[in-house]
Design a protein around this ligand. Structure first.
Ligand code: SAH
Length: 237
């Protein structure tokens, strides 16, 4: 029996002013089952208990909803999607969005493709390294929003994510309770990339204090970025 019934799901998401249809609830439930099954085969996430999946993955990803309501993007790139976070919950919640799930690991994207197909989501899967794909004209400055959760430190993330954004687009990075601006260097990196200074939204996920870092892009990214991965790692912006 599902731990989360429709009423509980509705109450949970109403925290972020999201109303869930029965069809969306069914998709989340199906996704949760697929995650639990996949975890017994390969480790797609450290969080495996159904209750934890709903809170730490689904509800956490849904925190982006207010930003989606505000910015009304058409195209979203989820950089380093892994097992599909936050991209798959966003595709369930906002079926009108075109979401691209990007990861460099083929086996993770194969799993994401199976979920996209089973749930009939409006999402594409893209396998490759961010710093290589954003050099290609078909991906550079093509997205209204880039999201990332648990992928890299702020400085690296900015260099990987911001080149994908259209001018006028927004980068949204999830950070956990250990967030330290001096270590992450979002401000230094966004300045080097000619993007706007980061704005930090603090939020509470049950007992955990979390942050969403938002960076807007008003001018094109200088063409020398992103640099090669070894350089990005060795000399952070
Ligand atoms: N966003 C997911 C997964 C985080 S794990 C979640 O919150 O659960 C980080 C993922 O980023 C891994 O799957 C890894 O393969 C991917 N990744 C790291 N660096 C990358 C790069 N340069 N380009 C593409 N994907 C990358």
């Amino acid at each position: 029996m599902a731990v989360f019934d429709y009423n509980r799901c509705k109450t949970l998401f109403s925290r972020y002013q999201i109303s869930i249809t029965e069809e969306q609830f069914a998709k989340f439930s199906h996704f949760q089952q697929m995650m639990t099954e996949e975890s017994s085969r390969q480790n797609v996430s450290a969080v495996n208990h159904p209750e934890e999946i709903w809170i730490r993955h689904f509800l956490d990803s849904a925190y982006l909803s207010s930003l989606i309501f505000e910015k009304k993007p058409h195209t979203v790139l989820d950089l380093g999607t892994g097992g599909g976070f936050p991209g798959i919950p966003l595709a369930i919640l906002f079926p009108e969005l075109t979401i691209t799930l990007l990861d460099s690991e083929e086996r993770k994207l194969e799993y994401c493709s199976r979920v996209v197909k089973a749930l009939d989501l409006h999402a594409k899967c893209l396998c490759g390294r961010a710093e290589e794909l954003s050099k290609q004209a078909r991906y550079r400055e093509q997205f209204d929003m880039v999201t990332s959760r648990a992928v890299a430190n702020g400085s690296m993330l900015c260099e990987l994510a911001i080149p994908f954004l259209k001018v006028g687009g927004t980068f949204a990075a999830f950070k956990g309770s250990g967030y330290d601006p001096a270590v992450e260097r979002f401000a230094e990196a966004s300045a080097a990339l000619s993007a706007n200074p980061p704005v930090v939204l603090d939020y509470q996920l049950e007992e955990v204090h979390k942050h969403l870092i938002l960076i807007e892009k008003d001018v094109p990214t200088p063409p020398q970025y992103p640099r090669r991965f070894a350089k990005i790692k060795r000399s952070p912006l």
